[in-house]
Design a protein around this ligand. Structure first.
Ligand SMILES: NC(=O)c1ccc[n+]([C@@H]2O[C@H](COP(=O)([O-])OP(=O)(O)OC[C@H]3O[C@@H](n4cnc5c(N)ncnc54)[C@H](OP(=O)(O)O)[C@@H]3O)[C@@H](O)[C@H]2O)c1
Length: 352
């Protein structure tokens, strides 16, 4: 690590949650210049023992309130089951700590809005874990759009085919009271990307969605999901996902008044450091293979996300996905679930 940054200027992180994704966050903090993991809070003694073994320099707690009372902790990274996000994020901001909060930001718009307000009042950074915005692949597609390569964007498709979800600690991911809905799990990233890619068109106005399940006893756990989002100028986006497949394969196709972009990522699983991926772009005249600066994948993006927050805290750099955008992502998912449940298009004004 860069010693100058590591010394007194390093941002001291407390991590809350040390499960499948939390342990990846711990590693990302540990390897990022200017970040240091000084405390971890996790529920069970078994996970506390694992955290102590992996990070002997960090203080490990069973109660997150104790971590928040630790004055050394400057920024908190919350990687908890989604139903706990609001309670713990609110306590974090009220304790005066900067915050990286995993997606979905919370399970309701009122709760998201409250966090945005507390962060603003206390002048704290609030970043939401939509790490695809930091990707060498998905973010390069965004910069091609912003550079005008395809003209005005008019159509976005984001598609994922993958293996089923894991259950999560105490089965939280398979319980609607604790997960909210499954659209808030993975499609939330794609709603976020689609809205980001179509930012020049303003905000989406309506969402219409369909879903089904291959589990007869659990129709609420939707294995297949598709949504179409509409903008007032006629632009639209399709977000579609199946969990009834294998491995992890994601595609984005974006077309504009002049050209088109095709981005693709494949791995044996989502958390691989050895994926295959490509980015091709057509400016109306020629198709070009776009060279990427570094490997793409959520493990890499997680490290970039920690570096982004360190920079924002130390130098006032931009937050890739601030609370307001995290709230919109939750809003699009809630609208999509309402549309599935009521079999009708839902206006975003009904939700936000
Ligand atoms: N951005 C992304 O791409 C991405 C990817 C995956 C997950 N996520 C999000 O990250 C979050 C966590 O997902 P995960 O897959 O890591 O879940 P997980 O494997 O079930 O881990 C949850 C962790 O939270 C801990 N925990 C539960 N209640 C707690 C409490 N009251 N105090 C302290 N710790 C508590 C659990 O403790 P024990 O270990 O003791 O049970 C476990 O370590 C979810 O919101 C998920 O949506 C985001």
């Amino acid at each position: 690590m860069n010693e100058d940054i590591m010394n007194e200027k390093s941002v001291k992180f407390g991590l809350i949650g040390f499960g499948a994704w939390g342990s990846c966050h711990a590693n990302a903090i540990n390897v990022t210049d200017g970040a240091e993991i000084v405390a971890i809070a996790v529920r069970s003694e078994e996970s506390q023992a694992k955290a102590r073994e992996a990070y002997p320099e960090a203080t490990v707690y069973g109660d997150y309130h104790e971590l928040l009372a630790n004055e050394e902790v400057e920024a908190v990274d919350i990687v908890l089951p989604s139903y706990l996000h609001h309670e713990v994020a609110k306590a974090t901001l009220e304790a005066g700590k900067h915050l990286l909060l995993e997606k979905p930001m919370t399970l309701s718009i009122a709760d998201c809005r409250e966090l945005v307000e507390i962060a603003q009042q206390n002048n704290l950074k609030l970043a939401v874990g939509h790490e695809l915005r930091l990707s060498s692949l998905w973010a390069r597609a965004k910069s091609l759009i912003d550079e005008g390569m395809i003209g005005d964007p008019q159509y976005v498709l984001v598609e994922l085919s993958r293996r089923p979800y894991r259950h999560g600690a105490e089965g939280w991911r398979f319980d609607l009271d604790r997960v909210g809905n499954w659209i808030l799990e993975e499609p939330i990233h794609f709603f976020d990307l689609a809205r980001w890619y179509l930012a020049s068109a303003g905000e989406p106005e309506t969402v219409y969605a369909k879903a089904n399940s291959r589990q007869p006893d659990h129709p609420e756990l939707q294995d297949n999901f598709s949504a179409i989002m509409n903008w007032s100028g006629g632009e639209y986006a399709v977000v579609t996902q199946t969990l009834s497949a294998f491995e992890h394969h994601q595609t984005a196709k974006i077309t504009g008044t002049k050209g088109a972009i095709w981005a693709s990522w494949s791995g044996a699983m989502d958390r691989t450091r050895h994926p295959t991926f490509f980015l091709k772009a057509f400016d109306g005249e020629e198709v070009r293979e776009i060279e990427l600066e570094r490997s793409a994948g959520e493990l890499f993006e997680l490290e970039d996300q920690i570096a982004m927050l360190v920079k924002a805290i130390r130098e006032g750099g931009a937050i890739a996905c601030p609370g307001e955008d995290g709230m919109w992502s939750v809003g699009m998912c809630l609208a999509a679930q309402k549309s599935v449940d009521e079999n009708r298009p839902v206006n975003m004004g009904e939700i936000l």
